[in-house]
Design a protein around this ligand. Structure first.
Ligand code: F0G
Length: 474
């Protein structure tokens, strides 16, 4: 018998109309946005796959929770509820709420990094690395080599390479901590296995180096562990999540992802002394330690969101929807990062647009082409995101030059995934219609958010090629 269909485990109670645009409107909109999808107005976007951050649909129960907001400046009931839920599912003793993930990253970085320290990570994340560097740290990547290969089918491409870790721990100089990211974002949403985490935790402990989890997508990572790791199939998502966290000293978390809220984040740690120092600093940057930049109602929505996030039906449908889109593209021969990750499908722009040189940013060009084709908004995850080397000032060209189609949780249906797949196939079938991009303006920090670009004109592109053919004697 053929496989039975499955459907989203919710029904729709409130709708938000989508607006379609004409090709002429899109041409104007993307030019006005400096060919950067971050600078588009959302009213000009049809299907918004820029990010899964803060873009989820809240449930009726979360909305009901919003009405229970205790907006006391100090000691809000919602804080104590959230603290209890974080203890129950993540297992950390001390909770310091922040306005979003980078608020927690900021606190952890300034509390734990001294200028000149090394900070280890399993592939970088943009905001995390920015805060580590602003605090004077030097980032060293210890992710396994498979993470850099979009065609490697290993099930846990987010794993730490233990030999690289050992080398980094014994290289001399102070190591502030290892920031261990779950479902590694820039690698394409690739998980870390429990057995790797156990070894990593053990090795770091032996060297006296703390491990802080970037728990932003830890629930999705727990789901992959249940699915793929031998011996884990019969455990529940909460059981696996608790074990993940128990192997670390604390976490930063952007609750805008797994935790199903539109705003919020937290730092959670076990060390009472570190917690006390974090509580003291949070009042400088975010707000009092019982709200950290959030309204009481935001903390309530987060507490309810965490409980919903670990339900098996939810997480299976969430990751399943991403896989559905990914499989469609794989079957159509579009090069994407495989295995398909937890939060999005990552297009291999370098392979889709081989005629565009890396210094003309093929992934940036692909986001523009996709938008022009159908009004779908995606995000560059390649050299523009990687930024410049802090020492040399040169562009960093990472191994992966990707475009991310990020799926918000509980927002789009299977039909939206079908439309998206068709649009990507159309663009990928006509690569020569796409031209490279050059910077027009480039801010200093996290340049991908606010840079402006212009298309490289066809004759500029043709000139070096003509010279090359002459040199080759053809
Ligand atoms: N860590 C990871 C792994 C993230 O993906 C993000 C955000 C953060 C930390 C920072 O959290 O945005 O709440 O301050 N990622 C978003 C994205 C921006 O689109 O992937 P934040």
């Amino acid at each position: 018998m053929s496989r039975r269909s499955w459907a989203e485990p919710f029904k729709i109670k409130m709708v938000e109309p989508l607006r379609m645009t004409s090709p002429q409107e899109r041409e104007r909109a993307i030019a006005d946005a400096g060919y950067n999808t971050f600078l588009l107005r959302s009213r000009d976007v049809y299907i918004d796959l820029l990010t899964d951050s803060g873009t989820s649909a809240m449930s009726d129960r979360q909305w009901a929770g919003m009405m229970l907001g205790d907006e006391a400046y100090a000691g809000s009931e919602n804080f104590y509820h959230l603290e209890e839920v974080v203890r129950r599912y993540y297992g950390y003793e001390h909770l310091i709420p922040t306005h979003q993930g980078r608020g927690a990253e900021h606190l952890l970085s300034i509390l734990c990094i001294q200028p000149g320290d090394t900070v280890l990570g399993n592939m970088y994340f943009t905001t995390t690395k920015a805060h580590q560097e602003l605090a004077g740290g030097r980032f060293v990547d210890v992710v396994c080599d498979a993470a850099h290969d979009p065609d490697d089918l290993s099930p846990f491409k987010g794993n730490v390479d233990l030999a690289k870790l050992e080398r980094a721990l014994t290289a001399g100089g102070r190591v502030a901590y290892l920031c261990l990211q779950m479902n590694v974002n820039m690698a394409g949403g690739q998980p870390v296995s429990l057995s790797n985490l156990r070894q990593v935790s053990d090795l770091c402990r032996r060297h006296g180096v703390p491990v802080y989890l970037d728990a932003t997508r830890a629930v999705e990572n727990a789901y992959f562990i249940k699915l793929r790791e031998p011996g884990q199939a019969d455990r529940t998502i909460p059981e696996i999540l608790l074990e993940i966290c128990s192997l670390t000293d604390g976490c930063t978390n952007s609750a805008k992802k797994d935790c199903l809220v539109n705003i919020g984040g937290f730092l959670a740690v076990n060390d009472p002394d570190l917690a006390e120092r974090a509580r003291n600093l949070v009042v400088v940057y975010e707000g009092l330690h019982t709200y950290g930049g959030l309204a009481g109602r935001d903390m309530e929505a987060m507490a309810v969101g965490i409980e919903e996030s670990v339900q098996f039906d939810h997480i299976r449908a969430r990751v399943g929807q991403v896989e559905y889109l990914g499989e469609k593209l794989v079957n159509a021969g579009v090069p994407v990062v495989r295995p398909i990750g937890g939060h999005g499908v990552f297009l291999n722009a370098a392979k889709i647009l081989p005629h565009i040189p890396r210094d003309q940013f093929p992934a940036q060009a692909l986001t523009v082409a996709l938008y022009l084709e159908s009004g779908i908004r995606s995000m560059e995850r390649g050299a523009v995101s990687a930024g410049r080397d802090p020492d040399t000032g040169e562009n960093i060209f990472p191994s992966l030059e990707l475009v991310r189609l990020t799926i918000p949780r509980r927002v789009y249906t299977q039909a939206h995934m079908d439309v998206t797949a068709e649009s990507v196939m159309e663009v990928a079938a006509h690569p020569r219609r796409v031209t490279g991009m050059r910077f027009v303006s480039e801010p200093k920090h996290l340049r991908f958010f606010q840079s402006r670009f212009a298309p490289v004109s066809a004759d500029v592109e043709a000139a070096p090629r003509a010279r090359k053919s002459l040199a080759a004697g053809v």
